[in-house]
Design a protein around this ligand. Structure first.
Ligand code: GDP
Ligand code: ZN
Length: 340
């Protein structure tokens, strides 16, 4: 990354994003509004080249102390993203430079492990570590065995149960919410994310932030993101109003989450095996012997199709962009030859 060796250059962290205006924390007690430099905007190839909440950015001062210009994004340690349908590049950043990704899902009857696969896979792709948070533990008649079951399915992922009514979430999640660590919370709507965030932050912080109703409703037209400092010292990124996460073209996370299945597919006799009726299919054999669960294979197949679909879309968008670029170049060339 290029650095502007300029006396007025300073480094800060993006703590808020609304459309193209960023809020950047430059010092403990100093937050400024910021836009990106013309150069940065010109060079940007995709959404990934723009700053996002969690980013460390280099800024240039302007005449206005309340206003900065972002000149570059410092290399990211982790990047949580999702596919964004209907956009050219098809990807959207959820948060960057996070250490923990809290994946919230409700512990009531419709707890569905398959739904967690998607979030866990995206988390593994991000470079941060997933932490499963089973919410509404008070609604479960057998929280202990649910915890055990989820723990068994998601090897290497810590699992916690929390009830916003009976527990202190800050206590349950204390080991993650420490100074120097950043967390982000994701999950389908209705699972109790806002309730959890409100409890973690406490009324006072929300009041100081000028956010009365902290649940994203009423301002769902632009998905907002905020980075908060918690009373425990840790930092928390909240993404109110964000709905289901769609898989990106990155399949690394699926490889981690379903490494056993991936390994089996490499043992199928045919490299293009669809694991349906083919002879010598290792997946079908493992299913028959009970080595793997059918439900996980279905979940894997579904997410993999989503990844492939996304990749095809991105590829065609890139091809189209390339075609357009050369068309412009060719036209410019023709114009110039006419002038000669
Ligand atoms: P979000 O859409 O994920 O932000 O979910 P909310 O925080 O708005 O919660 C959805 C509903 O679940 C609300 O009616 C909450 O009061 C309720 N809820 C949240 N946490 C708990 C909990 O721990 N136990 C119970 N019983 N209800 C909860
Ligand atoms: Zn097969």
């Amino acid at each position: 990354h290029r650095t502007d060796a300029c006396a007025s250059s300073l480094v800060g962290r993006v703590i808020g994003e609304e459309k193209n205006l960023y809020r950047v924390q430059v010092e403990r007690e100093r937050v400024a509004g910021a836009t990106i430099s013309g150069r940065m905007s010109f060079k940007a190839r995709s959404r990934l080249d723009y700053p996002a909440v969690g980013d460390w950015v280099e800024c240039l001062a302007t005449g206005d102390p309340e206003r900065l210009v972002i000149s570059s994004v410092v290399e990211r340690k982790s990047l949580l993203e999702r596919a964004e349908p209907g956009t050219r590049h098809g990807r959207q950043i959820i948060a960057t430079n996070v250490d923990w990704i809290f994946i919230a899902t409700s512990m009531n009857q419709d707890l569905n492990a398959g739904r967690l696969d998607r979030y866990v896979a995206l988390a593994w792709s991000s470079g941060a570590s997933p932490v499963i948070v089973l919410t509404k533990a008070d609604l479960s008649s057998d929280a202990t065995s649910v915890l055990a079951e989820i723990g068994e399915r998601f090897i290497g992922v810590p699992v916690h149960a929390v009830s916003a009514i009976a527990d202190d979430p800050a206590h349950v999640l204390a080991r993650y919410l420490v100074t120097g660590k950043t967390s982000v919370i994701v999950g389908s709507s209705g699972v109790g994310k806002s309730t959890l965030v409100n409890r973690l932050l406490g009324e006072e912080i929300l009041a100081t932030m000028g956010i009365r109703e902290h649940d994203g409703r009423g301002r769902h037209t632009t998905t907002s993101r905020y980075l908060f400092e918690l009373p425990t010292g840790g930092l928390l990124i909240d993404t109110p109003g964000m709905r289901e996460l769609q898989m990106t073209e990155d399949e690394n996370g699926l490889e981690v989450q379903f490494d056993d299945i991936e390994e089996l597919t490499r043992k199928c006799r045919f490299t293009d095996c669809e694991h349906r009726t083919e002879p010598g299919c290792a997946i079908l054999q493992a299913l028959a012997s009970g080595e793997i669960e059918e439900e996980r294979v279905i979940s894997y197949g579904k997410l993999m199709r989503e990844v492939r679909h996304q990749r095809m879309k991105t590829d065609s968008a890139l091809r189209e962009e390339e075609r357009r670029k050369w068309k412009t170049i060719a036209r410019a060339h023709r114009e110039r030859s006419k002038l000669k």
